[in-house]
Design a protein around this ligand. Structure first.
Ligand SMILES: NC(=O)c1ccc[n+]([C@@H]2O[C@H](COP(=O)([O-])OP(=O)(O)OC[C@H]3O[C@@H](n4cnc5c(N)ncnc54)[C@H](OP(=O)(O)O)[C@@H]3O)[C@@H](O)[C@H]2O)c1
Length: 331
């Protein structure tokens, strides 16, 4: 049975026919089988839940009993579907923010990204457009006025917001004797104050986007360095992330009755500009020390964000979820 947005499903079907290799389809699991016989197709169909569509694409010139690709969409996929939702991802121009923005787009959301540099925002917007509807709004979120302006600009375009991802962050490392007071201001302003100020500024839109059954979501990006003592002298960073985890719990209790969940993700090591120098020098050792023997991948970050933003995560609030291959959770 075809459910949801029929026009979207139809255009997906046509996209698949035109380009069977394309697997980035919101809410739909694609399986490439080359070739697939009728028995395999029946097994795939039986493996899906009810409310399933099965689409079979054939390559031109091949015998019609060899479909190139099948896909099925069932209830389990609807659980993670973000179609019709609007999200804001701060620091969405690169690194973890870009991974999350892409994941939310692929799950069907409309996404606003924001960071300081207008050219980086525009480049990320161009890159992400292939996955869905994305708009970049540059802003320096270490300043309260800019947090308010961002909320105001998005408020002029949207009557409601479903997901706010407070991801923009900065770090500073220096030996204790040299660690400057200005580093505390820079790091705490962006990593701890801005998520609060943005949640405050977006509150009317978030309240308009949340319902009892399907609350609006605030997702704060913390760090495993806020859970355990970090190996590097990043005093303000780890303190700001521990503070953000606790602020998450405080806001979860306050905003739950207002139909907004507040959760934090505590990433381990992921490729990004912030982590570039560390991973270049210590990447192999860090991966080797992880119980799962690798650093994080974009899908790991997209997956947790989609879970928290979707119907699947509707009853989760006040949680701090480590996504770290076991680095911080098994010490
Ligand atoms: N990568 C990791 O391994 C890791 C691990 C744990 C936690 N995290 C957390 O994940 C988040 C993203 O980190 P990342 O590794 O992806 O870092 P990144 O590559 O340095 O990206 C940071 C993002 O934030 C933006 N940004 C920086 N300062 C800003 C400001 N004042 N106003 C608005 N946007 C600003 C940057 O764009 P502009 O330069 O254009 O402003 C960029 O888009 C951070 O909160 C970080 O603490 C990362």
């Amino acid at each position: 049975m075809l459910r949801g947005n029929a026009a979207q499903r139809f255009s997906t079907y046509m996209t698949l026919r035109a380009n069977p290799q394309r697997a980035a389809i919101p809410g739909i699991r694609t399986t490439l089988r080359q070739p697939v016989n009728v028995l395999q197709l029946l097994v795939a169909w039986a493996g899906c839940r009810e409310r399933v569509i099965v689409v079979v694409a054939y390559a031109s010139g091949q015998p019609s009993r060899w479909p190139l690709l099948t896909f099925c969409m069932g209830e389990i996929m609807d659980l993670f579907d973000l179609s019709g939702k609007t999200a804001v991802v701060t620091g969405g121009s690169r690194g973890i923010g870009l991974m999350i923005a892409r994941g939310l787009l692929e799950a069907g959301a409309r996404v606003y990204i924001s960071s300081r540099k207008a050219d980086a925002c525009a480049a990320a917007e161009r890159e992400l457009t292939q996955y869905g509807e994305v708009v970049a709004v540059p802003a320096d979120l270490s300043a309260e006025a800019e947090c308010l302006r961002l909320a105001d600009e998005i408020g002029q375009r949207e009557h409601a917001l479903n997901v706010l991802v407070n991801n923009a962050g900065a770090t500073w490392g220096a030996p204790i004797e040299e660690f400057p007071a200005t580093a505390w201001d820079k790091v705490v302003d962006l990593n701890l104050k801005a998520p609060f100020l943005l949640t405050q500024a977006f509150l009317p839109l978030l309240e308009a986007g949340g319902t009892h059954e399907d609350p609006a979501r605030v997702i704060n990006i913390g760090s495993i360095d806020g859970l355990r003592v970090p190996p590097f002298p990043t005093y303000a960073y780890s303190a700001s992330k521990a503070g953000l985890h606790h602020l998450t719990r405080v806001l979860a209790r306050e905003l739950g009755p207002r139909r907004i969940t507040v959760n934090a993700v505590a990433p381990g090591p992921f490729e990004s500009k912030m982590m570039a120098a560390t991973l270049k020098t210590f990447g192999d050792a860090i991966a080797d020390a992880a119980p799962l023997k690798r650093i994080g991948r974009p899908d790991d970050m997209a997956g947790v964000a989609i879970f928290l933003a979707s119907r699947a995560g509707a009853y989760v609030t006040g949680a701090v979820i480590p996504v770290d291959g076991g680095i911080g959770t098994t010490v």
